[in-house]
Write a protein that binds this ligand. Structure first.
Ligand SMILES: NC(=O)c1ccc[n+]([C@@H]2O[C@H](COP(=O)([O-])OP(=O)(O)OC[C@H]3O[C@@H](n4cnc5c(N)ncnc54)[C@H](O)[C@@H]3O)[C@@H](O)[C@H]2O)c1
Length: 359
């Protein structure tokens, strides 16, 4: 069993700059880092009204909070200069596949130019000792024979979201090889690839768990797309802990980052069909649903990450299995609906996660 102490020891008073801090993963990250007593500066667009960021009053815990566009390099540079962070997490992105078909330009710009802007901006910030850039499992070129994508497998993506994240990976690789060699940023930049994450506080459209919880909370019928698609279901805390461990080891020069990409996927038994997840939740909650057989817009059908590298070199493990992941998400929804503080529920689940045995 892990101990919170080792995380508190490292993260206490660390200056951290997070882009995309107002989003789902960014909000959980702010809550965890707040609990660990880090000094967090955030840079993102304004949060949605009904967001975890607002529910957990995250703005109150930040050392600075900027609502601005990642495409605005002048502002981003200025804020990074003011912040002088030691550690940077880059999460700001247009993260939805279906939205990327509606807004391809915005998606490519935010996800590729936004990442370029970050890379350009950090070149001048000498305080930086570790940067983790969040992409996705969808960066891998689909190969039907592949039973688990490894970090050096071929990249590729046809939908605009996946393609934009492949673009982000390529610009990171280019900057590392072209500009960061033999500088203070050598071995200090990584990309992190994880799959669909779930957990309390995600209110996005067209994601299964938020759609299910909205249907339960509003007593509405849920329409399910692609019931037989297999997805890697993972609690948001699992990859977030991976990002934290990666950032720390990179900071402490404990990894030789010649291969700078890291998979943080769930264990084999967390790969389940959409319909299995729906049926599991239906056993626990009042849920009505129907199935829409075909989806007009194509999403990648099966993605399995091989995360052996993170397990071996970072000693990272995906702790919560599918049942635990779904139970914690349902529990979060129930507790917050009953009036419990979203921040405290997140903090308690973070502690439970730290103290959980390996899955
Ligand atoms: N949630 C998942 O299942 C999942 C899976 C794989 C990868 N990811 C990646 O993780 C990261 C965070 O995802 P999330 O689920 O928290 O998404 P989210 O939509 O909840 O949050 C996105 C964040 O990016 C910010 N952002 C978007 N456009 C911006 C812009 N132009 N300028 C500045 N900020 C901007 C938003 O304000 C928000 O803070 C993204 O990079 C996403 O691609 C998420």
């Amino acid at each position: 069993m892990e101990n919170i102490g080792k995380y508190q020891k490292f993260w206490n008073k660390k200056k951290v700059f997070i882009t995309g801090h107002t989003g789902f993963k960014g909000s959980w990250l702010c809550i965890i880092l707040g609990y660990l007593n880090s000094k967090v500066d955030g840079y993102a667009l304004k949060p949605e009204k009904n967001s975890l960021f607002n529910k957990a009053k995250i703005d109150k815990r930040l050392t600075s909070n900027t609502y601005s566009d990642i495409n605005d390099i002048t502002k981003l540079k200025k804020k990074l200069k003011q912040s002088k962070p030691e550690i940077v997490f880059h999460l700001a992105a247009q993260p939805l596949v279906l939205e990327s078909y509606k807004e391809p330009l915005k998606t490519f710009s935010t996800n590729i130019i936004g990442t370029l802007n970050l890379l350009e901006s950090i070149r001048e910030i000498k305080s930086i000792k570790s940067v983790v850039i969040i992409t996705t499992d969808k960066v891998y070129k689909i190969n039907k024979k592949n039973i688990g994508y490894k970090e050096f497998d071929q990249l590729g993506g046809f939908d605009p979201y996946s393609a934009s994240k492949v673009g982000a990976e390529i610009v990171v690789d280019s900057y590392i090889k072209s500009f960061f060699k033999n500088t203070f940023l050598q071995n200090k930049i990584s990309t992190a690839r994880a799959g669909n994450v779930v957990g309390g506080g995600d209110f996005s459209k067209n994601r299964l768990l938020p759609d299910i919880l909205r249907a339960i909370n509003n007593n509405k019928k849920l329409t399910i797309r692609n019931p037989n698609y297999v997805r890697p279901w993972q609690h948001v805390l699992d990859p977030l802990m991976g990002y934290l461990i990666l950032a720390e080891k990179q900071y402490k020069k404990q990894i030789n980052n010649y291969e700078h990409s890291w998979n943080f996927g769930p264990n084999k038994n967390n790969f389940k069909k959409v319909i299995d997840v729906v049926k599991y939740i239906k056993k626990k909650e009042e849920l009505n649903y129907n199935i829409k057989k075909t989806s007009e817009l194509k999403e990648t059908s099966i993605l399995k990450l091989n995360s052996i590298k993170a397990k071996k070199k970072l000693k990272w493990v995906c702790k919560w299995n599918l049942a635990e992941t779904l139970n914690k998400t349902i529990e979060w929804n129930r507790l917050v609906n009953k009036g419990n503080s979203a921040k405290i529920v997140c903090e308690k689940q973070f502690l439970m996660h730290i103290h959980s045995k390996d899955n």
